[in-house]
Design a protein around this ligand. Structure first.
Ligand code: BEZ
Ligand code: FE2
Length: 404
């Protein structure tokens, strides 16, 4: 049992002062330090220096660790050119991947305060290392493939990977499912995978309307994806419509990623159906996809995507990029929105007892030191200066254990 004392604590979108947090694996109580000392008289007391702020551990719900070896192999700037480069160099990148590299990249996330991440896995190669990490991992077994002749084999392989991850299930490894995208997954696979997800109560994620090319292909069967599919699988027709794809998720609230090319109405449909949107601003910029209309999104989350479309896995850098990209949004309100996106919104979408400093929640904390000339102590201003000025956490706790 321990008590953390910190000048500022981020609770439900607000900053509280003169409070401390008592915890073991879970949070026990939030109250003034003297009160906690009396109630928990044998507790170890950890005092952070003036100017420190305690947040719930950050959550990065969308990363592809299997592409961690990419630095400059893939072709950035245009989505279709990038996708062609992924197809060309996928094996080389996977060959260059090893356990140490994945651990190193998980550590980069940890340093930025990420205590939970969602790993999208298309081959299952990173399961062993993910189960050894201290971070909480939502292990998204991904289904991908539009070729009708391959549906049975792909589904069997998916079920195998899902089962393997279920055998590895623990308090920090949570099996889940991912449907790659509307352009790349056959509707039969979508239906069958969602059926399993519903039966087994598994969290679901999917890429959705990432690029203009995707929209054009799904709506008209034209654009850059036509050449791509002629080359890739000798097909000339999309397998899903936007509406059909979204309807398949009715009754199954999911985490959709990107939505850059989604209309206001489509984003409102996500809201209405209890879905959330994972915004990945740096990935979207690097692949020439544009800027998501996050102002229409109720359940906004923030993701780094993988190093296949980013230059770092720091969630703080991702927040900074979002602040700069949405240049018309109110600066301080957006800063607070981004912190909420990476904490309570992501936790709600994942249905986990994390992302809040509240009794009975997991004791997952990220503590940062603010600049010592800070004057305005409002939550919005503290959020802003965390994003602008912090590159590394002072300390990170998961399940009450200090791991950074
Ligand atoms: C497909 O099977 O359609 C597909 C697979 C990988 C990338 C894009 C499309
Ligand atoms: Fe992605």
């Amino acid at each position: 049992m321990r008590i953390i004392s910190c000048q500022y604590i981020f609770i439900e979108g607000k900053i509280v002062k003169n409070q401390a947090v008592a915890f073991d694996k879970k949070i026990l109580k939030i109250a003034p330090l003297n009160e906690l000392k009396q109630e928990f008289d044998s507790a170890e007391i950890i005092t952070f220096p003036k100017g420190c702020v305690l947040y719930p551990g950050f959550i990065n719900p969308h990363v592809h660790l299997e592409f961690s070896a990419n630095r400059a192999t893939l072709n950035y700037g245009d989505f279709i050119e990038w996708l062609n480069s992924v197809i060309e160099y996928r094996e080389e990148l996977v060959d260059r991947l090893d356990e140490d590299l994945i651990k190193f990249k998980a550590q980069e996330m940890l340093k930025s305060g990420v205590t939970t991440f969602g790993a999208i896995s298309s081959f299952g190669a990173e399961l062993e290392v993910c189960r050894k990490l201290k971070q909480r991992v939502i292990y998204f077994n991904e289904i991908i493939g539009s070729n009708p002749a391959a549906v049975d084999a792909l589904f069997a392989d998916f079920k195998n990977r899902l089962e393997t991850s279920q055998k590895a299930k623990s308090s920090t490894l949570i099996p889940a499912v991912a449907i790659h995208s509307p352009y790349s997954v056959h509707p039969i696979l979508i239906r069958e995978v969602l059926k399993i997800a519903k039966e087994q109560n598994l969290t679901v994620t999917a890429h959705f309307l990432e690029s203009q090319a995707e929209r054009e292909w799904l709506e008209n069967g034209t654009g850059g994806f036509l050449d791509f599919f002629i080359n890739f699988s000798n097909t000339t027709k999309p397998i899903n419509t936007i509406e059909g794809f979204l309807n398949a998720f009715n009754g199954c609230p999911a985490l959709f990623t990107h939505g850059v090319q989604a209309t206001k109405e489509e984003l409102e449909t996500l809201n209405k159906n209890g879905h959330s949107l994972i915004h990945c601003p740096r990935s979207n910029r690097l692949l020439g996809c544009g800027r998501a209309q996050i102002e229409y999104v109720d359940n906004l989350l923030l993701g780094t995507d993988g190093l296949s479309s980013n230059y770092s896995l720091s969630i703080l850098e991702e927040m900074r990029a979002a602040l700069m990209m949405h240049h018309k949004a109110d600066l301080k309100k957006l800063a607070l929105k981004l912190i909420n996106a990476a904490t309570q919104n992501a936790a709600n979408a994942l249905n986990l007892n994390i992302g809040k400093i509240e009794p009975n929640y997991h004791a997952d904390f990220a503590i940062f030191k603010l600049p010592n000339d800070l004057k305005d102590e409002s939550a919005e201003n503290i959020a802003l200066h965390t994003i602008l000025n912090c590159n590394s956490a002072q300390a990170v706790y998961i399940d009450g254990e200090e791991i950074f």
